[in-house]
Design a protein. Structure first.
Length: 601
């Protein structure tokens, strides 16, 4: 019963708000918060209990196609339930203050409830089809929330961009599901695992089948590439910062973008059977992590810096899955969700206190004006940077670096370079925003946010520290190091943390403008420009050709040509229908003469 309440409470909330409560902003917000609160309490109950599965057949066309609607409660789903409902509850509470004056807050909270229902459906799904349905619902709710302020052209464009880019990945995901069903005859995870294990037992005899499976896994991976914003489908995530800041914290830092990582861990048995696909996943993840970190060093918008940081950390998680360290990926997903949510909500507090200013070079001096935000933002920043042996981020990132070292020194090098850049750009963000002198009137007159916004920051700062220790690591089976030498990697991680932090401090201390400007990184490796050219060369060219064919050939020649011919024929023939008997006699005579000429020719 508790498992079904986790899923259905946000759905009931969304329906009630949309159908009955849209006129009451306060009541809508309280219903939404109560629903996610109920889901969180039920998640805690389920977490404390045993593993189980409940399901009933939804589609049954015989043994080759049976699709159940079912909920799976195991260690993996329990972990994700706590992340989604825990962070979700704090974001909902924070939104009470952040969206207090928004005229469309009822629509906002309805969208949040729909998102919670969709995301929890992904977590609890026990088969590919059910997961795909909720996967698409997450895309819809994300579209609604990113475009909440649709009056702004940038927000409307960002929501459309997110929707369209994700459709590319989701189309590949759907093809992958169909290929797996065609190969193995089932879409249920519990049935797929033994079927795949049987294929792996005889890799020589099943070589062709395993090659087909590799292609199918790569298509399935397209879903996480889109949803978790991996290269080259990463371009939607930074633009999604046009939505309200709590949306950025919930959807685009802690939960939605983590859905791709969760999916890969859930079907890790498929990846193990397709090592070539696993290598591709590792390379995509680590390249994304490094390139996103390079982009983050040149961003000036506080939310966009955190967005590129999210891209980078997601790359770490995807890379870990590719290394075969799925538990390390989930450990980092778990810790990252809390400190990144804290960072985004802290950024929202800064924006609120700065009267909606988002450029870090118009901030400065906020440490004395926004003390709770300053302290909690600092703790979360250190967690993201990986303060050695103190914060949760160090332990979860260290687990991934150990797995990378065990896989290849190249992956370890990419991971350490990313860690160095992370320490650098987060020090840059923190120093410029809080420690340097005020650089605008808004900074001079900044004020702290209300308690309803700062309380979630204080709560989130606690797991940012303690979730790296003892019992949490053991929950993810990480008490045994992933490599032959468990000491050198932590020491290297500590060294790059110090190196990046010191560089960021000395480069940006007391700066009023950015002394480093690298066009390639600032323009995000020109991905948007490349896609713009690509769309013009393909889609726009095809659209213009289609318009020409439609306007001049179909409408002009076929449709209008046929009507013009019929009209012209009728126009000429009407002269033969004069109603004059003498004219008819003349036409008759001329006709007879013409027939005679033709007959005796």
């Amino acid at each position: 019963m508790a498992a079904w309440l986790i899923l259905l409470a946000p759905l009931v909330s969304a329906v009630l708000i949309w159908l009955l409560l849209k006129s009451s902003r306060a009541l809508s917000s309280y219903v939404s918060v109560a629903a996610v609160g109920l889901s969180f309490v039920c998640s805690c109950v389920v977490f404390a209990g045993g593993d189980f599965t409940v399901s009933f057949n939804w589609i049954d066309f015989g043994p080759r196609l049976t699709v159940p609607i079912g909920l799976t409660i195991d260690a993996l789903s329990k972990t994700m339930l706590l992340v989604v409902t825990g962070v979700g509850l704090l974001v909902h509470v924070y939104s009470l203050g952040y969206m207090h004056e928004d005229r469309s807050s009822s629509r906002y909270f309805a969208g949040l409830s729909l998102f919670m229902f969709s995301m929890l459906g992904i977590v609890l799904a026990n088969n590919f089809v059910m997961m795909f349905i909720f996967w698409e619902l997450v895309g819809v709710s994300s579209y609604l929330l990113i475009g909440h302020w649709y009056e702004k052209a940038s927000a409307a464009d960002a929501s459309k961009k997110a929707f369209l880019v994700n459709r590319i990945g989701d189309f590949g995901f759907m093809i992958g599901i169909l290929m797996i069903w065609a190969l193995l005859g089932t879409v249920t995870f519990s049935d797929l695992e033994p079927a795949v294990a049987k294929l792996v037992k005889d890799p020589v005899g099943n070589a062709a089948i395993l090659s087909f499976l590799t292609v199918a896994v790569l298509f399935v991976f397209m879903g996480p590439v889109g949803k978790s914003a991996q290269m080259p489908l990463h371009v939607w995530l930074p633009d999604a910062m046009e939505g309200p800041t709590p949306v950025s914290a919930l959807i685009h830092a802690a939960t939605m973008v983590a859905a791709g990582v969760y999916l890969l861990v859930r079907v890790n048995f498929l990846l193990v059977a397709a090592p070539m696909a696993q290598n591709v996943i590792a390379w995509v993840g680590m390249i994304t992590s490094l390139m996103a970190a390079l982009m983050a060093t040149q961003q000036n918008d506080i939310k966009r810096i955190l967005a590129y940081s999210t891209l980078s950390q997601l790359g770490y998680m995807i890379g870990a899955v590719g290394f075969g360290a799925a538990q390390a990926a989930m450990f980092h997903l778990f810790t990252h969700a809390f400190f990144k949510a804290s960072l985004f909500l802290g950024a929202g507090s800064v924006i609120h206190g700065m009267h909606h200013e988002q450029d870090i070079w118009r901030m400065g001096g906020l440490k004395n004006k926004m003390v709770p935000t300053f302290i909690t933002f600092g703790i979360a920043s250190l967690a993201l940077m990986g303060l050695p042996y103190v914060t949760s981020g160090f332990y979860s990132k260290d687990a991934i670096l150990l797995a990378a070292a065990n896989k290849s020194w190249i992956f370890l090098g990419l991971g350490l370079a990313t860690a160095l850049l992370t320490a650098f750009y987060m020090t840059r963000l923190f120093v410029v925003t809080f420690l340097n002198k005020p650089m605008s009137d808004a900074a001079k007159h900044a004020h702290e946010s209300p308690l309803v916004m700062t309380a979630p920051l204080m709560i989130l700062s606690v797991p940012a520290v303690i979730f790296g220790f003892g019992g949490v690591a053991k929950w993810f089976n990480l008490d045994v190091p992933h490599g032959p030498d468990p000491l050198h990697v932590p020491m290297l991680a500590a060294a790059v943390f110090v190196w990046g932090t010191v560089m960021g401090w000395f480069v940006y201390r007391n700066r009023q403008s950015d002394p480093i400007r690298i066009g390639l990184f600032a323009r995000k490796f020109y991905f948007d420009e490349l896609y713009d050219v690509l769309v013009k060369l393909t889609q726009e060219t095809l659209a213009r050709l289609s318009a020409f064919v439609d306007k001049y050939l179909i409408d002009g020649l076929l449709v209008k040509g046929a009507t013009t011919l019929a009209f012209s024929a009728g126009f000429v023939l009407r002269f033969f229908q004069s109603g004059n008997v003498q004219a008819y006699a003349i036409f008759f005579g001329l006709g007879v003469i013409l027939l005679m000429l033709l007959a005796f020719r």
